[in-house]
Design a protein around this ligand. Structure first.
Ligand code: 3PG
Length: 205
């Protein structure tokens, strides 16, 4: 679902009416997916509005900051096509499986990687990647877990995105810098498109 898409923007939307403009701005910059977080009241309506606006465009909208089984239900009902969690939660994994929707849970330790593998998942978000040690952490985890592919998130920026993306253990990079909350609130689509294009150039996707 997200493999080969290069960058997964993490977006925080305060007004669902901004969602169609946001995804259009990201797409205009070459980005082909977005994780719309459920950390605001507008998150669910934003997922629905974004999904409705996209038609059959090759752009995948998913839900982020999904913390409970009920969140998964609401996200899928709104049209989310993938689920991202900051951590590894059994209820979220089970509910995602019951909806047959791809889930990328967050991990921060080898123990959590093992739990995810036991649940049948090998594409995992490393969060918060920068604080955990960045690429050296990914390389260290790749020793015992060569089959795992990571989505580093948290502290990924234009300064390090290319290096992360070049790792054979990374399937995409994730971050908010293309579409930070203030630019979305301001409706600054031109700036978001420019940042998106620059970001896609960086990761060579
Ligand atoms: C998040 O959950 O907010 C993401 O990991 C994005 O982190 P960033 O703002 O450091 O890119």
């Amino acid at each position: 679902m997200l493999v080969g898409r290069g960058i997964v923007p993490v977006v925080v939307i305060d007004d669902a009416a901004q969602a169609p403009g946001l995804v259009a701005a990201l797409a205009a910059g070459g980005i082909r997916c977005a994780e719309i977080t459920m950390r605001t009241d507008a998150g669910i309506d934003a997922i629905r509005a974004a999904t409705d606006s996209l038609g059959d465009a090759d752009f995948v909208v998913g839900a982020g900051t999904v913390l409970t089984g009920a969140d998964v239900d609401r996200a899928v009902d709104a049209g989310a096509r993938f689920i991202v969690s900051p951590g590894l939660d059994d209820e979220v994994l089970a509910r995602s499986a019951s909806h047959d929707v791809p889930i990328v849970p967050g991990v921060a330790t080898a123990t959590e990687v093992q739990r995810a593998l036991r649940a049948g998942l090998d594409h995992l978000k490393l969060f918060p990647a920068g604080v955990l040690g960045g690429l050296p952490m990914i390389s260290a985890l790749a020793g015992p877990f060569p089959q795992v592919r990571f989505l580093p998130s948290g502290g990924v920026s234009p300064a390090n995105a290319a290096e992360y993306a070049a790792s054979p253990h990374v399937f995409a990079v994730s971050g908010s810098w293309m579409a930070p909350r203030d630019l979305i609130a301001a409706g600054d689509w031109a700036e978001i498109t420019a940042r998106s294009r620059a970001a896609m150039d960086l990761v060579g996707a």
